[in-house]
Design a protein around this ligand. Structure first.
Ligand code: ZN
Length: 175
């Protein structure tokens, strides 16, 4: 069990395009366990591997955010999205890499995700509601994108200022 630090914007690794996972071995299982630990430590509901410095096509999610019910733990490896709905819905998003900043993003309210699980088996699911928002947000991380990229420059700058302040406060608390 290892909580690893979550990288915050504008860390350059967050802009890397993640590579496919090719070996479904013990190293992958350890990385997945570390991702859940790191996500719960920061009270997140979704985390992409690149956020802890591993640019691999790997996402973990627990929409309860509590970590009490292991059946709520979802793993998406080499995920591909298809068939987005035409209907867009606004949702106030946040991101562990943009701490303490929330803003509205418009996304399709339903989308299909095809992915592999930790043993390499392929699955397909139709995502709606918060699941649809979260999987699209995490998929952006795999492409080196952040939700603040959808905002106006003014709002993006405000978000980055906020992150700078939060990181400074955290570093001070660590002293
Ligand atoms: Zn995020």
């Amino acid at each position: 069990m290892t909580v690893r630090p979550v990288l915050t914007a504008p860390h350059p690794v967050l802009r890397e395009v993640s590579k496919p996972v090719t070996s479904f071995d013990d190293g992958l299982k350890t990385l997945i366990a570390d991702m859940f630990d790191s996500m719960y430590a920061e009270k997140g509901i979704g985390l992409a591997a690149v956020q802890i410095g591993e640019p691999l096509q790997l996402i973990v999610m627990d929409l309860t955010g509590k970590g009490e019910d292991t059946t709520a733990q979802k793993i998406y490896i080499n995920p591909v999205l298809s068939d987005p709905s035409e209907t867009l819905i606004p949702y106030e998003e946040g991101c562990l890499s943009v701490p303490e900043y929330y803003d509205e993003v418009l996304r399709p309210d339903a989308i299909t995700v095809t992915y592999q699980d930790a043993s390499g088996t392929t699955h397909t699911e139709r995502a709606t509601g918060l699941f649809a928002v979260c999987i699209q947000h995490e998929m952006d991380h795999l492409a080196g994108k952040l939700f603040i990229d959808y905002l106006s420059k003014l709002r993006r700058d405000r978000a980055l200022d906020r992150v700078k302040k939060v990181v400074r406060e955290r570093n001070r608390a660590d002293d």
